[in-house]
Design a protein around this ligand. Structure first.
Ligand SMILES: Nc1nc2c(ncn2[C@@H]2O[C@H](COP(=O)(O)OP(=O)(O)OP(=O)(O)O)[C@@H](O)[C@H]2O)c(=O)[nH]1
Length: 306
């Protein structure tokens, strides 16, 4: 329903995107040799030429951070590449392990504007020299990715540690848990896993007397639209104008006879807002497919009209 342009950069992976294919602004970040854990350990808070400063988002323009965290190989980079770089899911098989913190500036529109920080799975970000307070202070959402096809005991303990540390620094962070790679699971099995993970994570928080921390859970896979839907919900929580947008869409559908309205970021296929009727996946998927055609050059006035 609306158009926007994507912005991307990321480092530490095997491939390199065709930059700015959608006409978006591109904040160069790749050649920042200090853009890794050691830079934090050295207390580096200054951005060099053409790179994002580490304290960006804390002063000046407020751009919330979305952190992607989780154990190694849980699928963090794949999520970022599929959602924000249009990488096909099968290509993610060739992604190299991330060994640096990759920061990507997503500034698709006035509504979709944030930074994604993809953390390497292997770093110990609780190292005393690691300035996690600075990181969490500017964070809007912490997406913790759990590989549902793997044993998740270690992931749960890392989730607990991460969430409790982050919460101490910033109580406003939205904690989003992606129970990922569910493509290999039956529907029953998915629900069972989600319940089990939800319960264990909740019990861990209760044991620490931190029940007040709210975790949101999503079943995701890069092989279907679930990852776009989940990311939509994560991003929506960062948009202060969301209630207004929802109202506008309600008015739009009641006056147009259209059944369901989404406000899309066409590059990422994230929906920024929708009217207040429930979202059903087939409708969302249909709109995503139409956007794919639209982006390839065919004009769908019905989808692009708003
Ligand atoms: N089946 C399945 N595999 C996935 C999915 N998402 C990612 N993968 C695979 O998981 C593997 C690891 O993905 P990465 O994105 O490199 O994982 P990561 O968490 O960034 O790993 P590190 O950089 O080591 O921290 C790759 O082979 C991906 O193809 C998914 O939804 N389903």
């Amino acid at each position: 329903m609306t158009t926007s342009e994507g912005v991307a950069n990321c480092c530490g992976t095997a491939e390199r995107e065709d930059e700015d294919t959608a006409g978006g602004r591109y904040d160069e970040d790749d050649d920042d040799d200090d853009d890794d854990f050691s830079a934090f350990a050295e207390g580096g808070l200054e951005g060099g030429d053409g790179v994002l400063g580490y304290n960006e988002g804390l002063s000046g323009e407020v751009k919330p951070r979305v952190l992607l965290m989780g154990l190694r190989r849980s699928g963090k980079s794949s999520i970022q590449k599929v959602v924000f770089h249009k990488m096909s899911p099968s290509e993610t098989l060739f992604l190299e392990s991330t060994n640096k913190i990759c920061r990507e500036d997503v500034s698709s529109s006035s509504f979709v504007s944030f930074q994604i920080w993809d953390f390497p799975g292997q770093i110990d970000f609780f190292d005393p020299t690691f300035d996690y307070e600075m990181i969490f202070r500017g964070t809007g959402a912490l997406v913790f990715v759990i590989d549902s096809q793997d044993d998740y005991v270690e992931a749960l303990s890392r989730l607990h540690l991460t969430v409790t540390r982050a919460y101490k620094v910033n109580r406003d962070i939205n904690f989003e848990v992606f129970i990922h790679k569910v493509d290999g699971l039956s529907d029953d099995h998915k629900i069972q896993k989600q319940e089990d993970i939800r319960k264990r994570a909740g019990d861990d928080l209760a044991d620490a007397r931190l029940e007040r921390i709210h975790l949101s859970f999503y079943l995701t896979s890069i092989y279907d639209h679930s990852i776009f839907e989940a990311f939509s919900k994560v991003v929506q929580k960062l948009i202060p104008q969301l209630p207004t947008l929802e109202n506008l869409l309600n008015i739009f559908i009641s006056n147009s006879g259209i059944e369901k309205a989404f406000l899309f970021d066409v590059v990422s296929k994230i929906y920024v807002a929708t009217d207040s009727s429930p979202v059903d996946m087939p409708t969302y998927e249909l709109c995503c497919d139409m956007i794919d055609v639209d982006v390839q050059g065919v004009l769908f006035t019905g989808v692009s009209a708003l």
